[in-house]
Write a protein that binds this ligand. Structure first.
Ligand code: C5P
Length: 319
């Protein structure tokens, strides 16, 4: 069997980061761009995995922006927001897969296993074409950030890989901001391109993630970390994991916790090297990985060989 020393240690601390990434974390802590004022508890003694899962279910409210949400309650927005809610759109999902975009997916041959799930979530510009063997071909949902939607050189409006599956866009909000405040202070002003995409592909469901989720999740993360975590929203990866926990009976997460294929290659679909992609810079990714490792119901062996973690869907928990 696999020694636990070979997989992600759930007590990884910032002192395990390279000096450069330690400095980046400190810079974000002093910058505090989103005006985080955390004064909640810090759990000196770790919650059990079950209690932690129940905390997530209790406190993280996963919803999409609806027509009744304040600033979106206009006749203009009514034309653009999807009519159906997301759980009605996807139906009842059994086994789901979340595919991180990590470089360690390369040569993994996880494609068939990933595709055997009822639904697959991918992130941002992660392609399947050309990578079927390693990441599979099924895309049920795609979580994208507002920068990708907004910045012209990302080709969001013309790149065909975005035309498959249900799209969800998210944008960083000020700490526990009202939806009105966020609406006026978007990190990236993605509304114009959102509407343009909706005009071009009106049949494709395309949701806007309600921003309140990100800081509810961040609070649980901070509460259960020994150190101060970066005061920036969780990564798309952790947001996607929690979204799928609300929609599915069970969630398998691939290469969020690195397997034996761990590499400094950032994404499986690019040549770019940067350890920050796996260890975090802007996002409190190291602490996200500690949390996910603590809650894992799968084995260390599955992490080592498949980079695979298994979490229960919220509706299958007894809290
Ligand atoms: O880079 P991007 O945000 O598109 O990747 C999707 C998610 O996959 C990240 O938010 C992060 O949670 C995870 N990831 C990772 N390690 C990498 C690359 C991505 O954990 N090397």
């Amino acid at each position: 069997s696999v020694g636990s020393s070979k997989v992600w240690n759930e007590d990884t601390s910032s002192s395990n980061l390279t000096p450069r990434l330690q400095k980046v974390r400190k810079n974000y802590l002093s910058m505090n761009k989103y005006n985080v004022a955390y004064n909640g508890p810090r759990n000196a003694v770790k919650l059990s995995p079950e209690k932690l899962l129940c905390q997530l279910q209790d406190r993280v409210n996963v919803t999409m922006v609806q027509r009744s949400d304040g600033p979106f309650n206009t006749s203009d927005w009514h034309r653009y927001l999807p009519r159906r809610n997301i759980s009605g759109e996807v139906g009842h999902l059994g086994r789901c897969a979340v595919v991180s975009s990590a470089g360690s997916l390369k040569s993994s041959r996880l494609g068939p296993e990933i595709d055997s799930h009822d639904a697959v979530l991918r992130f941002n510009g992660a392609p399947t074409k050309g990578f079927l063997n390693d990441v599979g071909g099924k895309t049920t949902l795609r979580l994208i950030n507002s920068q990708l939607v907004t910045v012209e050189d990302q080709h969001f409006l013309t790149e065909t890989l975005y035309n498959t599956g249900i799209l969800i866009v998210w944008d960083p909000a000020p700490y526990h901001a009202e939806i009105h405040e966020w609406y006026r202070k978007l990190d990236y002003d993605f509304f114009k391109n959102y509407k343009q995409y909706r005009n071009r592909y009106p049949e494709q469901p395309f949701y806007i993630l309600n921003p309140k989720m990100q800081w509810q999740l961040w609070d649980v993360l901070q509460e259960n970390s020994v150190e101060d975590i970066q005061p920036n929203p969780p990564s798309s990866g952790l947001l996607g994991i929690v979204i799928m926990m609300t929609l599915c009976d069970e969630v398998d997460i691939y290469e969020f916790l690195p397997s034996k294929r761990q590499t400094d290659i950032c994404h499986y679909y690019q040549r770019f090297h940067d350890r920050a992609c796996t260890m975090g810079a802007y996002h409190p990714l190291l602490f996200e990985k500690n949390l996910v490792k603590h809650m894992n119901r799968g084995t260390d062996e599955a992490i080592y060989t498949h980079g695979k973690v298994t979490l229960p869907g919220f509706r299958n928990m007894q809290c």
